[in-house]
Ligand binder design. Structure first.
Ligand code: FAD
Length: 148
């Protein structure tokens, strides 16, 4: 079975009276984890400022079907694929969907990729986006290890 990945960004759509951004991220990630576990998909979602950046990896048809559902979701807009390609190995094998909201502790991770106070995924090339998501995954893994 060929493995595929999609990396995309989108603009967070803030509805009037919407819950906190942390609550919104938790809700989306919780829903994604259930559906992605069912579909054998893995990946990572970051939410920063008014943007989402997400990677999905798994069976090609399931990656594409999931991206189609995501792109139709009215919780965000302007979904734009940065890269869609076949891959040999998963970069996020342990996460049906990890998620991170920007925190000051992550600043160092962003700086490693030349990203400072402003975050605009429209300016990211695919490789930087991928490496940023991998490093945020590692950062989250380290935090959880320390907390347990
Ligand atoms: P339904 O659950 O039938 O929902 C239909 C529509 O209702 C959605 O498109 C959305 O506009 C709206 N909706 C659904 N739930 C809510 C809610 N709690 N609050 C407000 N509006 C809502 N799904 C995955 O399977 N895997 C992922 O990795 C994934 N990542 C996501 C990343 C982002 C940034 C967003 C915004 C959503 C993501 N989702 C993901 C959710 C996805 O968009 C679909 O809601 C989900 O897959 C269920 O699809 P469905 O067609 O059954 O939609």
């Amino acid at each position: 079975m060929a493995l595929f990945e999609i990396i995309y960004y989108s603009h967070n759509r803030r509805a009037v009276g919407e819950k906190s951004q942390l609550a919104k991220l938790r809700e989306i990630v919780g829903q994604a984890q259930v559906l992605n576990a069912r579909d054998g998909l893995t990946g990572f979602l970051l939410m920063r400022d008014e943007w989402f950046l997400q990677i999905l990896e798994g069976d090609e048809a399931r990656v594409d079907a999931t991206y189609e559902r995501i792109a139709a979701d009215n919780r965000h807009e302007q979904c734009t694929i940065i890269r869609r390609r076949q891959i040999m190995l998963r970069s996020f094998p342990s996460w049906s969907m990890g998620g991170a909201l920007f925190t000051p502790e992550q600043q160092g991770v962003y700086l490693q990729h030349g990203l400072n106070s402003t975050f605009d995924p429209r300016l990211l090339d695919a490789q930087t986006a991928h490496e940023l998501l991998v490093d945020l995954q590692n950062h989250e893994t380290d935090l959880r290890r320390v907390a347990s």
